[in-house]
Design a protein. Sequence first.
Length: 236
Amino acid sequence: MFLPPDRGRFHYVVEIVDPRPWSESEMPEALREVRVTRLHGFLSRADAQVAAAAIIRLRGSDTDEGPAEIAMLQNMSHYITSADCQLGVVTEGGSAAAAGALSGIRRGTIKLGSGTIDVSALLGRLGPLFDKSLWIELSRPLMRELEEAGWQVQASFLLFPRTWREQQQVLAQLAAYPGSLPAPGSKILSPAEPPALSDPIRLALAAALVCAGLCVLVWQLRGTSREEVARRLGRK
């Protein structure tokens, strides 16, 4: 009730837009090796590698029927799972798709190019770089067909920091080492805003609430026998 709502597990994802044609795009090895200092609880820290993925974004005109924006991701079910769905499940296969929370697309079959796509899932809020797109498995034949039909095709790379702190580390590394970007003129998209409460404060509040609950439990059970406690807890 009192903590800020969850913003989605991909809220802090960073996207690097490759200015080159998609056929020439290739993820630099440096993007696969981005690392951050990851907090575990309050004290322990770990040097962790940030997951990275290449995607293709396709944008149609506003007058086109169907989705206005498509994101193609290889091995989509590895990144977007059925746990992310508000309705339906994410299925594997080239004809399956998952609609972002703000895409305006419903479940069912939609026409895309000369074929059809089965929208098997409606996603919950994942993050600003995910919610407006229709997510499908990477298909180069479909990509070429849509490009010939007038769709804008753009290659991008995603980095998956988990928190605001990790996102700032990733952005600092990209700024410090511009050679890690795919090409001169690459655009870095980072629309996420800082959380209302930092991670340590959230953990402290959660711990305080747990302690308060335990104190209430101890107060309610004061002066009772072991048999009475077991009966109250439903063991007898």
